[in-house]
Write a protein that binds this ligand. Structure first.
Ligand code: GTP
Ligand code: MG
Length: 301
């Protein structure tokens, strides 16, 4: 084949919520394809991100954090992450260097162990710990299951990103490039827009609200004359009280979310953006499988 590379295939990133999966994916592919926040369960569907090198093409699969589900959404997120373990060449288990290795990691490891894929342990956020702590964490994490390779990495400091990619590439056979060389992700643009908006809501809300928010793009159109993309999106919450908080005093919160999202969206779309955000209540949507599907959460690939 014309475009055969020495290492080609799919690598899933799995781990507890907040382990740093999406941040690492963005750092690896060099552009923002996945949203990130300090709230657990930020990622709600599997997404593919492509690292293209002269010698390798690695398709990373970012997944929702594996956790103990408390509602239908949580179950769907876990199901989605576990599905990723089944059809990839490499599974990368991410363990946060700054958090004690615990039962959550053991539970993730038990699933990783069952995957037929090659296994890489990545100790993430090593910028947050000293050498001694890092060694101790590494030792504990290495006991979780048998790994083909072990790597320390920091997405924030861009430390050892190449080392991580090399370790994954080593485990991939020669093969074709599955994606065009300049395509960092295959996510539909509507999904990315909705997620970029949701990220800004996560940034400014706390406790239950980040989990209760779902975003849907209702309409999208591009005006060539003015070089402007018009976007109509709805931010859904589960209760009137949550709506009050997301709208903010005199609309201040939703205005702020819109302004911040617009900056990211203009970069993503390469045009000016006109963004209309409405906040609506959809009672208990996280328990409603049909609504979860309508948002597209859990699905992907
Ligand atoms: N200091 C430091 N912080 C990091 C690093 N990587 C991620 N973080 C932070 O950790 C938090 C979680 O990062 P995410 O990338 O959203 O984690 P995730 O594993 O994708 O989380 P879920 O999608 O919820 O499962 C964010 O606040 C990040 O800024 C790192 O290398 N160093
Ligand atoms: Mg994530």
């Amino acid at each position: 084949m014309a475009d055969e590379v020495a290492h080609s295939g799919f690598a899933a990133l799995v781990g507890r919520p907040n382990a740093g999966k999406s941040t690492l994916v963005n750092a690896l592919v060099g552009s923002k394809v996945a949203i990130v926040s300090d709230k657990p369960q930020t990622t709600r569907h599997r997404l593919r991100a492509v690292l293209d090198r002269d010698d390798a093409q690695i398709v990373f699969v970012d997944t929702p954090g594996l956790h103990k589900p408390i509602d239908a959404l949580g179950e769907e997120l876990n199901r989605s992450a576990l599905l990723a373990l089944e059809d990839v060449d490499v599974v990368c288990m991410l363990v946060d260097a700054s958090q004690p290795v615990g039962r959550g990691d053991q539970w993730v490891a038990a699933h990783v162990e069952r995957s037929p894929a090659a296994k890489v342990l990545a100790l993430t956020k090593v910028d947050l710990v000293d050498e001694l702590e890092m060694e101790r964490q590494l030792e504990e994490a290495m006991n979780l299951t048998a790994f083909n390779a072990v790597v320390n990495v920091s997405a924030v400091d861009a430390f050892n990103l190449d080392g991580f990619a090399d370790a994954v590439a080593e485990l991939l056979p020669p093969g074709p490039r599955y994606f065009p060389r300049d395509m960092p992700t295959d996510q539909p643009v509507e999904v990315m827009i909705a997620e970029f908006v949701r990220e800004k809501v996560l940034l400014h809300t706390f406790e239950e609200i980040p989990h209760a928010v779902g975003v849907a793009v209702e309409d999208l159109s591009f005006n060539r004359k003015t070089d402007t993309t018009a976007i109509y999106a709805v931010v859904y919450v589960e209760r009137d009280s949550q709506k009050g908080i997301v709208v903010g005093k005199g609309g201040s919160m939703i205005k702020r979310v819109g302004e911040e999202a617009r900056v990211d969206l203009e970069r993503l779309l390469g045009s000016k953006v006109w963004l209309d955000l409405n906040v609506k209540v959809k009672k208990d949507w996280r328990r409603d499988a049909a609504q979860i599907r309508r948002f597209g959460y859990g699905e992907g690939l």
